[in-house]
Every structure is written in structure tokens, then in C-alpha cells.
Design a protein around this ligand. Structure first.
Ligand code: FES
Length: 102
């Protein structure tokens, strides 16, 4: 387990998200109302990159078939089929650097 720098805070303003690669994983880092959160970028339905979807409040919608995810927890929020939740990751901000704890 380590702390990996993935972005500057200026790269992810409020309401935005950014796909990063850390420790071989593709991870979506989100700024939800001024706090940073992180979860897997790859949709567990059919593998879309959630970075290509949309974020409204804390909900990220997959661009391919519309699954909705809670960006704060990585849990499935809405989808007709039962699919696996995403992993979420701890985010630490120090000065203007965003780190993930993996
Ligand atoms: S790949 Fe994301 S909902 Fe189908």
C-alpha cells in the first residue's frame, strides 16, 4: 500500500473528473462539491471508460448503456441489471497535489 501522486488540484475543478493510471489501475478521480473521490474507471457492465460519461452531483453515468454510479462510494446507483460495484479508493490532498492511497 502506498501513496501515489496522480494530479494537481487545478486539473480537476469542482464538477469535473479525470482518468488517471496508478499502480497499473485505471482510476477515475472526481471533484464532488469541492471534495475529491476516486473509483475504478472501467464500468463493470461491459468495460466502458466512465471518464467518457457524465457527472451530475455525485452520480457518474456510463456513456455506453447508462449505468449510474455513486462517485463517493463506487457503488451501483441505478441500472436494470445487477452488476458488480466498483472499487473506491482513498484520496489525500496535500497542498495542491492529489494522491491516491492504493
Ligand atoms: S458498459 Fe457501462 S453500462 Fe454498459
Amino acid at each position: 500500500m502506498g501513496k501515489i501522486i496522480v494530479a494537481k488540484t487545478s486539473e480537476i475543478p469542482i464538477g469535473k473528473m479525470k482518468k488517471v493510471t496508478a499502480d497499473g489501475k485505471e482510476i477515475l478521480v472526481m471533484n464532488i462539491e469541492g471534495s475529491y473521490y476516486a473509483m475504478d474507471d472501467t464500468c463493470t457492465h461491459a468495460g466502458a471508460s466512465l471518464a467518457e460519461g457524465k457527472m451530475e452531483g455525485s452520480i457518474v453515468t456510463c456513456d455506453w448503456h447508462g449505468s449510474k454510479w455513486d462517485g463517493k462510494t463506487g457503488k451501483l446507483h441505478a441500472f436494470p441489471a445487477k452488476i458488480k460495484d466498483l472499487n473506491s479508493y482513498k484520496v489525500v490532498v496535500e497542498s495542491d497535489n492529489i494522491f491516491l492511497e492504493l
